[in-house]
Write a protein that binds this ligand. Structure first.
Ligand SMILES: O=C(O)COP(=O)(O)O
Length: 240
């Protein structure tokens, strides 16, 4: 068990019994994994083919979060027709397929966090707007030993976040009521998803967006490191 966790666990008045959270649903991009460079490189490859200006990784942080179709729309300087969207999206997936494991890595201490949560008996799930096959493949690659109850990315016929359908489905698979589940993400999409699902939310500051956005959309907690997530789960109060 991580030393840091023990220190937090001892804080006055904080006991495991006080926590109402028995499950956590994580967003993927910008929360568990830093995927910005592989996504940015893939989208820039598409823009170059269309002879359009490319973007920096910082700029991409504001464009990602609604799935690749939305990323495509957000990246073209002008409104494009359906045929062009489909063509660009097809190219984006081809690029991403070659690149998605190049530079993508978990954020600091995520491994420790997930292992500590498993030790505490917290049920875990993933709800991403990234295509289901990439979501599952990345989780398998980086978190092979973590027994997620369910990992879901973008699926045909199921609306993307902020629709709560997938979050609620995962809560059901955990056999938990939404109030017992914490939704953790880095963007307004995640915070709104949690609200729509009647779950409390944690906004993380190491991802693609900032405190201002997470506050504005009403995150229940805002954290700047993984220790604070354990503190919340153990019944403390977040830094918000
Ligand atoms: O591909 C995206 O839009 C990112 O998806 P996520 O932030 O829901 O993991």
């Amino acid at each position: 068990m991580a030393v840091k966790r023990k220190r937090l666990y001892r804080q006055e008045g904080v006991t495991e019994q006080m926590s109402k959270y028995k499950g956590i649903i994580f967003d993927l991009d910008g929360t568990l994994l830093n995927t910005i460079e592989d996504i940015g490189d893939s989208m820039n490859g598409v823009l170059e083919t269309f002879n359009l200006p490319i973007y920096s990784y910082e700029e991409y942080k504001k464009k990602i979060g609604g799935g690749f179709r939305k990323l495509t729309l957000n990246s073209f300087p002008e409104k494009i027709d359906e045929e062009t969207i489909d063509k660009a999206l097809d190219m984006l997936y081809k690029n991403y397929d070659r690149r998605y494991l190049n530079k993508t890595r978990p954020y600091e201490s995520i491994d420790n966090l997930l292992n500590s949560l498993v030790e505490e008996g917290i049920k875990l799930g993933v709800n991403s707007n990234k295509k289901d096959e990439y979501t599952k493949s990345l989780i398998e690659k980086f978190f092979k030993t973590i027994p997620f109850v369910k990992v879901y990315g973008e699926r045909n016929g199921i609306p993307n976040k902020p629709d709560p359908a997938t979050a609620l489905e995962i809560a059901q698979l955990m056999n938990l009521n939404p109030e017992e589940v914490l939704f953790i993400g880095d963007s307004n999409t995640d915070i709104v998803t949690a609200k729509n699902a009647h779950m409390d939310s944690v906004g993380v500051l190491w991802g693609f967006r900032n405190r201002e956005e997470l506050c504005k959309y009403g995150a229940s907690y805002i954290v700047s490191n993984c220790e604070e997530i354990l503190y919340i789960v153990e019944g403390g109060k977040g830094t918000f």
